[in-house]
Structure formats: C-alpha cells, structure tokens
Design a protein around this ligand. Structure first.
Ligand SMILES: Cc1ncc(COP(=O)(O)O)c(C=O)c1O
Length: 452
C-alpha cells in the first residue's frame, strides 16, 4: 500500500507521496464560502456534503406526531399510521410470556457481552423457527442483528456491491431505500402487480435479466407474507412462478433473494406454505431470511433479529458466516444479550413456546377481525386494493394519494400516502373505527378524482 496514498495505521513511516499531496493550509470557512458561491450545500458546515439536507424525520413518524397533537387538542382522531399492534383502546399489545422470560434471565448473564455472531442457542433457535419444517437446517448459518432492519442492512452490505441496485417491488418499506442510500447502493423496483392484480412475475424477471447484464449480480428483497405496505400474500402459483424464474437465471449470475419475514407469523391460515418452496430455491439462488422478534414476539423496542443464510456447500457457508461476523463487529459489535437469551428460551422451552404461541394467536385473531371488517366495508364502496387476507397493513389504490390523504386528514383520519396508494395500519385501528376509516377513504379517493 505504500505510495498509494492510503494510510491507515499510526506508523511513523508515512509515505512521502501521501505527505506531498497534503495541502499546505486548510482553507478557512470564509475562504471555502467564497470558493463555492453557487453550491447548494453549505461549504462551511462540518457535515460532509452527501449528508447535508437529510429530511428531518421519517414521514410516518411526522404524521403520527400531527395526529397525536390534534387528538391532544380534543379532536376525534383516527390514527392508522403506525406499524405496531394495539388493542381497541390504543394500548400496545405485548405477550406476557415474553415479559416473563425476560424477567427470568439472571442479571449477570444479561449484562455480559453477547458473542459477536449471537449466542449459539439463539442462532440455532431462530434457524429452527424459520426452517425447522424443511431439510435446510444443517445448511443454514445465522448472525444476530438489531431487528429485521439489521438483517436487511447486513444483506445489502454483504451481498451487493457499492454502486449497485437492490431489486424489490415498487411498493416497499421505505427504509430499504434509506439503508441502500446510506451504504452507497440504490433501489430498483418492478411494478408489483400485473393487470390482474397478481404478483408481476414477468416484470420481476425483466429486471433480473437487466441487472445480470448491468451489474453481474442481483440482490432481491421480497417482503412476504403479509407485505408492508400492501398486505399482499403470495399464493401457490405465484411461489411456483418465482421458483421457475430462479431456475432460469440462478445459474447465470449470483442471485441473492432476501425473504423479509417481519410479519410472517401474522398471516392468515395457509400463509406459511411458502416455506416449502425454499428447498428448491436454495438450489438456484442464495436464500437469505431476515428474521425479527419485533412483531412476532411484540418486542419492537428490544431490537432482536437475525439474518439467516442457506448454503449447501460447507466452505461457502463458513465464508458467509465469517463475512456476517465481520459485518456485526463493524456495525454494532454485538446485540441485545438480554433479549436474545429470552427469545432463545421462548423458542426452545416447550412450555414457554406454547404460551407465546397461544398469546400470539389471540393477537392474530384480533387482527383477523379487523381484516374481515375492512374487507366487508371496502366492498360496500368498491375500493380498489390487492388481495388482503391478513397482516398489519393494507394499501388502497388512489389516483392521487397525497390529495386523498390530505382530504382524510381534514376529516381527522390519518393514513400514509404512497405513490398511487394509501397505507392503512389496521394493526392500530380499532374494529369499531373501520367503518369511519373506509368511509373517509372512499370520500378522499372520490375527492382526488379519477383522471382516467
Ligand atoms: C417490511 C419490514 N421489514 C422489516 C422491518 C424491520 O423491523 P425491525 O427492525 O423492528 O425488526 C419492518 C418494520 O417495520 C418492516 O415493516
């Protein structure tokens, strides 16, 4: 490296070439301002140029803040913006078995550092939770991450080069873009639905082909089942269609497919059949799973998650594990030990596990009632939205989502506008408020007007 200008260590023998390139004097702030009079960024700021002008807050949190402020001022507000499951009185729903498991962990164990990759028992438990019904367990490795978000981050930085674009549906969870941008990647999308309102397999395949040509690899993120923001869950034919695409292209370039299963446990009965397709997929593409305890154990704040990778070749699996361990060390060192110990116990102790499953079933039931009420009300107004059978959210199409959302806000109903649709968090909407919500939606869509 000597002479290349790259100098990382505290050695006294810094290369001369490097030393020669150093400016004799750093310009003063005033000189920098004069040097860059037409620039849009502030040359006197200590912030580097690329991070100046970042938005102040996540738009969903801003909407939530406005809804709360108006409710505090005495207005009747229906706030369907936030992605956490609350009861009909607006209280966050938790699983008592999780709180009990947390309280049983000895303080001395919780306070100690966790292993960098995560405690072995936690990793095995998570792999079994995700893949236990398949033959893939011996081929899987995993790393603990800060929630599903951390798993997405590691997938992007480990399986996609700087400058390349990940591939996902055109409706997607906005942090995919933030993580990609923050790590100097980008996002490319395909139109999620075809003319029949089904997963647009052809559109997906077209971008795979063009990305293979352009960047020599593909890293796709599919948030399934119970997609955020649309609520969509693939059916058997769509899963088979994905498998055929992976078979056609998986051998011409490295293709990584990250299944973001943040909401998987909240699917309608039958939504978990997708897991049976993973064995076939894993023969053609690099299968990754972003596992999260945030929704499945109602522990949003505990930041417990894992990235699971399937590799049939022992050497490749070891390389992936090393790369993930390095990524953990270089990002957060290690994750929340208390949370991982508690979740290991919940996943491996049959009594605790049964209690958590039973408590979760009650939450799924509550959500199911809201889904049913929504579908009934939406049919009355002939709302246009994708097949919706379960999950935290549904998205309703509108010719002008911003206008629709503004109209709804005037009526005290808060939803999240997306390009071409409104995201409704039924997870946070009491069943009794669903008629009001749907009526406001229908009025907002009518007010937005249909240009066609
Ligand atoms: C689609 C999707 N993926 C992943 C996550 C990650 O959640 P967490 O980092 O809390 O596990 C979320 C959270 O809202 C999400 O909506």
């Amino acid at each position: 490296m000597l002479g290349s200008g790259v100098y990382c260590g505290p050695s006294s023998s810094a290369p001369k070439a490097f030393a020669r390139r150093l400016p004799t004097r750093v310009p003063t702030l005033e000189e920098r301002r004069q040097l860059h009079p037409t620039l849009t960024f502030n040359p006197t700021s200590a912030l580097i140029e690329s991070v100046q002008g970042r938005p102040t807050d996540d738009p969903i949190f801003s909407l939530n803040a406005e809804a709360k402020a108006r409710a505090a001022a005495g207005e009747s507000i229906l706030n369907a913006t936030l992605g956490a499951l609350t009861d009909d009185e607006g209280k966050l729903l938790v699983l008592p078995s999780v709180s009990e498991a947390i309280s049983r962990i000895p303080a001395g164990r919780a306070a100690a550092y966790a292993p960098i990759l995560g405690p072995q028992a936690f990793l095995e438990a998570v792999i079994n939770d995700a893949l236990g019904e398949t033959s893939l367990v011996p081929s899987a490795t995993a790393a603990a991450t800060a929630g599903g978000t951390g798993a997405i981050l590691h997938s992007i930085t480990t399986f996609l080069d700087i400058g390349d674009a990940l591939l996902t549906t055109d409706y997607y969870w906005a942090p995919y873009r933030i993580i990609a941008k923050h790590t100097r990647r980008s996002v490319e999308t395909f139109p999620m639905f075809d003319g029949a309102g089904r997963l647009n397999l052809r559109g997906f395949e077209e971008v795979i082909v063009s990305q293979i040509k352009r960047q020599g690899r593909v890293m796709a993120i599919l948030n399934v089942p119970c997609h955020n923001p649309t609520g969509y869950t693939l059916d058997e034919a769509e899963w088979r269609g994905l498998g055929e695409i992976f078979e056609r292209h998986g051998h011409s370039a490295p293709i990584t497919v990250l299944f973001d299963i943040a909401y998987a446990k909240f699917g309608a009965p039958g939504a978990d059949t997708w897991i049976g397709h993973l064995e076939g997929f894993s023969k053609c593409v690099q299968v990754l799973i972003a596992w999260s305890a945030s929704k499945s154990f109602a522990q949003y704040g505990a930041r417990i998650g894992a990235l699971i990778a399937v590799a049939h070749d022992d050497e490749e699996r070891a390389c992936i594990q090393n790369a993930l361990s390095y990524a953990c060390r270089g990002t957060w060192s290690n994750c929340n030990h208390l949370g991982m110990l508690a979740i290991s116990e919940l996943l491996t102790n049959p009594i605790s596990r049964e209690a958590a499953d039973r408590e979760r079933a009650a939450l799924i039931d509550l959500l199911g009632q809201r889904v049913e009420a929504f579908n009934t009300e939406a049919a009355k107004y002939d709302l246009d939205y994708p097949r919706y059978e379960g999950g935290f959210f549904v998205a309703v199409f509108s010719p002008d989502a911003e206008k629709t959302a503004a109209h709804m806000r005037d009526a005290g109903v808060f939803v999240v506008p997306l390009g071409g649709a409104l995201r409704i968090a039924l997870c946070a909407t009491p069943t009794r408020d669903i008629p009001r919500l749907v009526k406001a939606l229908a009025a907002g869509i009518a007010a937005a007007g249909d240009p066609s």
